[in-house]
Design a binder for this molecule. Structure first.
Ligand SMILES: N=c1c2ncn([C@@H]3O[C@H](COP(=O)(O)OP(=O)(O)OP(=O)(O)O)[C@@H](O)[C@H]3O)c2ncn1[C@@H]1O[C@H](COP(=O)(O)O)[C@@H](O)[C@H]1O
Length: 107
């Protein structure tokens, strides 16, 4: 399974669950709690990922990283954005760093 297929599917699910019943949907519960709650959860997951990276097993780190990525997708979706927008920005930077590399090689 390719990463992009999984991410596409997860992003569609997140979009579809936005307006679901908060009692049965975690995504809907996050949206019902508001953007500050979504941002706070992302921050918590980031901290948990750092803690796992510094002293826990690879399995623990993988699990925390999955939580982090999931909450990032929810946060982006809440702003009408998607991972494709982030990847587009990284692509621009890749192009820029290629230009800088060429420039420094020709100096
Ligand atoms: N991938 C995920 C996913 N990863 C993590 N989580 C939830 O993220 C939360 C992580 O928060 P914590 O570790 O702090 O655990 P917690 O104490 O339960 O969280 P809080 O009560 O503090 O908010 C947990 O409740 C997890 O269940 C996820 N919830 C949903 N998904 C995907 O989103 C889809 C839609 O989910 P629903 O909206 O619930 O239908 C699901 O089918 C899944 O594919």
């Amino acid at each position: 399974m390719t990463g992009s297929t999984l991410i596409d599917r997860l992003e569609s699910t997140i979009r579809a669950r936005r307006g679901a019943d908060p009692a049965t949907s975690y995504v809907a519960a996050l949206h019902a709690a508001g953007p500050a709650k979504i941002a706070r959860k992302l921050g918590e997951e980031a901290i948990e990922t750092v803690i796992a990276a510094l002293g826990e097993s690879d399995a623990a780190l993988t699990g925390e990283a999955a939580d982090l990525l999931f909450h990032l997708l929810v946060l982006l979706d809440a702003r009408g954005l998607s991972l494709a927008d982030v990847l587009a920005e990284l692509e621009v930077r890749e192009g820029l760093s290629g230009i800088e590399e060429k420039a420094s090689r020709s100096r």
